[in-house]
Design a protein around this ligand. Structure first.
Ligand code: ADP
Ligand code: MG
Length: 250
């Protein structure tokens, strides 16, 4: 279980998250919604311990372990995985090289190259990328849709336990959302990870049957509800009566 208690976070002397409480059970799907600039991406990055953000108060625990001072590498080893809005391009390092080094580092063993190649080939086919993509530089010169598929390749190769999706659906057309949604559902059914989904649209949520949604405003969770709350926000925006009716919908 992830337990965030009274978390206050700053970047460049600006308080972004303010006394935030958020609990997510293992295997749960939690949706995070809220107007632009309220701190959704900050929560995602703080969970990965991005160096731009400082925790100045409060506490983050995962399975009863205090993870406040973990590094991004330690979070990766713990099974946390962030699919961000803009996947990083790394020129000069191929997908196969990066994946092999991560898997080798995590297991502490030499990677069995035949088994690795076989799995990578299968997963390329599954996410809809030509198998040559294993030798492409990480996200480099890939289209938006290819980058999302490339991120899914990492998901299925690394098998994380806690997935953070920061607007994975933004900028995708309906067909691409369908592919991403179906693959995420497939991953969920295979591994039952915990998933934190930041989204502005209900489209990606159609692929999941059971989830809770929390609404963020000014760096704090102001309301948690179910599918009905998502529907209400889609129709009435963040001014909806269901969440107090006092929010600006940017
Ligand atoms: P959201 O994802 O909900 O749109 P963000 O978490 O990206 O919001 O940003 C919340 C607020 O914090 C914004 O006002 C943004 O400008 C500010 N912010 C985010 N990251 C940083 C940073 N690294 N340094 C300074 N300010 C930041
Ligand atoms: Mg954001």
């Amino acid at each position: 279980m992830l337990e965030i208690k009274k978390l206050t976070v700053e970047a460049q002397n600006k308080i972004i998250l303010n006394n935030l409480d958020l609990n997510i059970e293992n295997g749960e799907i939690r949706v995070l919604m809220g107007p632009n600039g309220t701190g959704k991406s900050t929560i995602c990055k703080v969970l990965m311990h991005h160096p731009d953000y400082n925790i100045i108060n409060g506490n983050i625990k995962y399975d009863d372990k205090d993870i406040n001072n973990f590094t991004p590498t330690e979070m990766g080893r713990l099974g946390f995985f962030l699919l961000g809005q803009n996947p990083t391009e790394i020129e000069g390092i191929t997908n196969a090289e990066l994946l092999r080094s991560i898997i080798g580092e995590r297991t502490g063993k030499k990677v069995d190259i035949f088994a690795f190649q076989k799995k990578l080939t299968e997963i390329c086919a599954m996410v809809g990328l030509p198998k040559e993509f294993m030798h492409r530089d990480v996200n480099f010169n890939m289209s938006g849709g290819e980058k999302k598929k490339n991120e899914l390749l990492y998901l299925f190769m690394l098998e994380p336990k806690f997935i953070i999706l920061d607007e994975i659906d933004s900028g995708l057309d309906v067909d691409a959302i369908k592919i991403v949604g179906e693959l995420l559902k497939k991953y969920y059914d295979m591994y039952h990870p915990t998933i934190l989904i930041v989204t502005h649209h209900g489209d990606i949520l159609k692929y999941f049957t059971d989830y809770q949604v929390s609404v963020l405003e000014s760096g704090k969770i102001i309301k948690t509800g179910d599918k009905e709350l998502v529907k209400d926000i889609e129709i009435n925006g963040f001014r909806s009566n269901a969440i107090g009716g006092n929010l600006d919908n940017e």
